[in-house]
Design a protein around this ligand. Structure first.
Ligand SMILES: Nc1nc2c(ncn2[C@@H]2O[C@H](COP(=O)(O)OP(=O)(O)OP(=O)(O)O)[C@@H](O)[C@H]2O)c(=O)[nH]1
Ligand SMILES: [Mg+2]
Length: 458
């Protein structure tokens, strides 16, 4: 798949706008390259060395060089991390210099692949690293960290031992068939059931990483000019959506990234909804909003507090397939405290639910709305909250466990039918199945699929 004899290099701090950069180099030529690029690193031992490296004749860059020697490194090979503050162009120059010394750009996931090949981590831990990189909320991080910590491997090892134990007993009973055979068969069926229970527990006590990997979304809806885009801007803290006093300023579904304390989410700002769209653009805008609503975990409905007639807003609300989770009276800075309180009563009477006062101008209610969005996301995605206590399994793990359960179940049935020989055969298949978690010669295609989820530099 990848040539592990090459010395690979990549920017491992990602394409962040920050000036702090980390360049990783790993492979057999690391020390040789280092001696030429940074002659101040004289001995090959684990160390951190401050260095000044000449990029051009009259331009040098300060950096810290972290040298990790094989096998005590992330990849298991000699590895260097260059920590520096530099713009992208300088990083490009450094990479070009390294390429000229025979290093090549690492493929996505190649550092972790080497860690796997060199026995620094098992396949599930490598998969956990991919999950950590993709995580966008603390639940995903938690679940991925459990996988990285080897919790799955421990459980799988224990179950492997149990199947092995049962297989040895069955084979021994076959070899030394005695009068106690009935008890052995009964025991066999019982143990097979216990093993199936443990495997099922492993499935139910875990979560599919794919279930929690997608960031949840919240959507702001309401009639035209209700103040949706202004509210979206206030929530994210920057002027991203265009706003104006004209009806129909927003025509598309705009996507923003909303940072919350516990989980980030995608925030959709969309066109004002109309119960009876008059032109094709309104029809298309309504359809785009309806699609975004379908996928949203949280719907925030806006009604303009400065308005008197809410008949069109009511029509819009009636036409929705999914009911909003949060209702807010926007533009409340235009009302005094007494008027605001009266308006909340009117809105409750009209819509039959409680509204939260908000203003994009004074930022009144914005923090409360954020807290509610977060609470709604957490409540609605029970899988996500449960994930905090669970290990994140990938589809590959689930398939392996399901295959093992099937074989142990079949073995159990054979024990009941007094057919120990066939039971032993199914137990062997179950073991083989379970071993494919960490098979030494795992299918290249599977490896490729696992490591393709990584980005370059990891
Ligand atoms: N005073 C005040 N004016 C607001 C507030 N929010 C929005 N507005 C004004 O209301 C008008 C409409 O605001 P938008 O945010 O564009 O409303 P919208 O719902 O996105 O409108 P469409 O995209 O056309 O559906 C603009 O003139 C805003 O300045 C607010 O909290 N207070
Ligand atoms: Mg708008």
């Amino acid at each position: 798949m990848y040539n592990i004899n090459d010395t690979i290099v990549a920017l491992s701090s990602g394409a962040s706008p920050s000036l702090s950069k980390i360049i990783r180099i790993s492979g057999p030529k690391v020390f040789e390259v280092l001696k030429t690029v940074a002659p101040c690193v004289k001995t090959k031992k684990r160390q951190i060395v401050p260095a000044r490296v000449n990029i051009t004749e009259d331009f040098a860059v300060r950096m810290y060089i972290y040298l990790f020697c094989s096998p005590e490194s992330y990849t298991g090979d000699d590895l260097v991390e260059v920590h520096l503050s530099a713009c992208e162009d300088v990083v490009k120059d450094i990479l070009a210099k390294l390429f000229s010394f025979g290093c090549r750009l690492a493929e996505p996931g190649e550092f972790t692949y080497r860690a796997y090949v060199n026995g620094k981590m098992d396949l599930s831990q490598a998969e956990a690293v991919a999950q950590l990189i993709q995580s966008s909320n603390q639940y995903q991080l938690c679940a991925a960290q459990k996988l990285l910590g080897g919790s799955l491997e421990k459980k799988v090892c224990q179950i492997h031992q149990e199947i092995l134990g049962l297989l040895s007993l069955t084979e021994a009973a076959l070899d030394f068939s005695t009068e106690e055979i009935d008890t052995e068969e009964e025991k066999g069926a019982e143990t097979a059931k216990k093993i199936c229970d443990s495997l099922n527990e492993l499935l139910t006590g875990s979560i599919t990483f794919e279930q929690i990997v997608d960031a949840p979304s919240a959507i702001i809806i309401g009639s035209a000019n209700a103040g949706k885009s202004s509210l979206a801007n206030a929530l994210i803290g920057t002027q991203r959506s265009i706003t104006s006093e004209h009806n129909g300023t927003t025509r598309d579904v705009l996507e923003h990234w909303l940072k919350l304390d516990k989980c980030d989410c995608v925030l959709f700002d969309c066109a004002g909804l109309t119960a009876a769209p008059a032109d094709i653009i309104s029809v298309l805008a309504n359809a785009a909003t309806a699609k975004a609503i379908k996928d949203a975990a949280v719907i925030i409905f806006c009604a303009d507090a400065a308005k008197q007639d809410y008949s069109s807003d009511l029509e819009v609300l009636k036409g929705l397939d999914k009911k909003p989770s949060i209702y807010t009276a926007t533009k409340c800075d235009l009302l005094n405290a007494e008027e605001s309180a009266q308006k909340l009563n009117t809105l409750k009477g009209t819509f039959g639910c409680d509204f939260i006062v908000s203003s994009s101008k004074s930022l009144l209610g914005v923090e409360e709305l954020k807290a509610l969005i977060q609470q709604n996301i957490i409540n609605q995605t029970s899988d996500t909250t449960e994930a905090a206590d669970k290990t994140a399994l990938t589809e590959r793990h689930r398939t392996v466990i399901a295959g093992t359960i099937e074989n142990v179940q079949l073995a159990g049935e054979e024990f009941i039918k007094n057919s120990q020989e066939t039971a032993a055969m199914f137990l062997r298949s179950a073991l083989q199945n379970l071993e494919s978690f960490e098979a030494e010669h795992i299918d290249e295609a599977i490896l490729e699929r696992i490591f393709s989820h990584f980005c370059i530099g990891k």
